[in-house]
Design a protein around this ligand. Structure first.
Ligand code: ZN
Ligand code: ZN
Length: 412
């Protein structure tokens, strides 16, 4: 039997005055999700643990059955797999910004005028970088969206216990990277990183992309500033762990990165942007096609928009987006039989907080032979009374594998 975890990113919320003390999910007209609640079993979930405010990455790791406190070594490695950079255990990965530095070494724009085009060419140049003192260290850059990029250091004797080069404010030089634990590996990595930063300026300051930007009065992207060091951890592929053939359907690099980390196949989609303006028809068609026609038997699906509306504090947008997903996506998923659907959010992103909080999120499982409960609506309040009660993210895979009949008996 096939199964899916469908994550509505950041959909959970708190009661809002202007919605008569309802949450956006309560206020939204969602007949299809409510129908799933009627046919299924519901509850609430702490994706990591009660009161812990999860990132989307750590929440998804937990829901996929990994202990985020063990495998989450910082954002760098996940950003790297998010931009499809093949990292291997032991690599040290960093998130980076293309920034603008003046001839005195002062950062004048941390985001290089939010550069949008040309970073691929800059990266091509940067990937020829070799440091004289560290010829055995492989230095790999990869552009991400906008001014963002990823840096990976590969080689012997490296450490992720190093500080950030990001000065955090403009008008300062890039911060000197230092070892955080006094180890020889960290000292070496810090030295490499300081040399890499200096070298990016040398290599980029007269690059044609930047000469063109200067000509057009735009800040040149002439230095790369790394932060968020993380060592790429060793993780057991999810397919081995649960004996499944899994795939991920997601919009953002961050979630795709988590999926690649877990060894899932990542399904490419066109015209899918994340946020509230995304192409939900494409997402729906991809899900249906994968469930019906592929060999994959397990899916992680992430739809991003509700989180964006939450971060923006935009009630109307959050309600409307939830309604749109219900109408465009859930209506068709409801027609699938013989598929277990676990519907959830990875965390709450309350309108009032504009960030993630530790409030538990509503969950439901709909599929063959699920013991239904009396809950007839899918929202934060109704599902409190559901038969799944209150679970943790780390329970989700076990419950799904049990329903899908992939579990093995513990004991005789
Ligand atoms: Zn999230
Ligand atoms: Zn978020």
């Amino acid at each position: 039997m096939k199964g899916m975890i469908l994550v509505m990113d950041g959909m959970g919320d708190r009661p809002i005055k202007e919605l008569n003390n309802q949450t956006p999910l309560q206020a939204a007209n969602t007949p299809n999700m409510d129908q799933m609640a009627k046919e299924g079993i519901t509850g609430i979930m702490d994706s990591i643990a009660p009161g812990i405010r999860p990132g989307s990455d750590t929440a998804h790791l937990s829901i996929l059955g990994y202990n985020p406190y063990e495998v989450y070594t910082g954002r760098g490695p996940f950003e790297a797999s998010g931009v499809a950079l093949d990292v291997i255990p032991g690599d040290i990965a960093f998130r980076c910004n293309f920034s603008t530095m003046d001839e005195n070494g002062i950062v004048t724009d941390r985001r290089a005028g939010r550069i949008r085009e040309g970073t691929k060419d800059l990266v091509e140049k940067l990937n020829t970088m070799v440091l004289d003192d560290y010829k055995d260290i492989k230095i790999i850059f990869k552009e991400s969206t906008g001014h963002r990029a990823v840096l990976v250091l590969r080689g012997e004797g490296l450490s992720d216990k190093v500080s950030d080069a990001d000065p955090k404010v403009e008008g300062k030089a890039p911060a000197e990277v230092v070892a955080l634990d006094g180890s020889a590996e960290a000292e070496k990595t810090a030295d490499i990183l300081n040399k890499v930063v200096a070298k990016t300026y040398e290599m980029l300051k007269d690059h044609p992309v930047n000469l063109e930007r200067i000509k057009n009065d735009l800040p040149p992207a002439n230095v790369v500033i790394p932060r968020g060091a993380g060592a790429v951890p060793e993780v057991e592929p999810i397919n081995d762990k649960y004996e499944i053939n899994s795939a991920c359907i997601a919009e953002t690099g961050l979630i795709m990165g988590i999926a690649r980390f877990a060894g899932m196949d990542v399904i490419e989609m066109e015209d899918v942007t994340g946020g509230v303006d995304t192409n939900l028809d494409n997402i729906r068609d991809t899900i249906i096609d994968q469930v019906k026609n592929s060999d994959h038997d397990f899916f992680l699906i992430n739809i991003d928009g509700a989180d964006e509306a939450g971060h923006d504090g935009n009630v109307k947008q959050k309600v409307e987006f939830i309604e749109k997903v219900d109408k465009v996506v859930m209506s068709e998923l409801l027609k699938l039989e013989d598929v277990y659907i676990f519907l959830t959010a990875d965390h709450s992103t309350p309108i009032s907080v504009k960030n993630h909080t530790g409030d538990p999120v509503p969950i439901l499982i709909r599929g063959p032979e699920v013991r239904t409960d009396d809950v007839e609506e899918y929202n934060e309040f109704a599902t409190y009374k559901g038969g799944l009660c209150r679970i943790r993210g780390s329970d989700v895979m076990n419950i799904m594998m049990d329903y899908m009949n992939y579990s093995h008996k513990f004991g005789a």
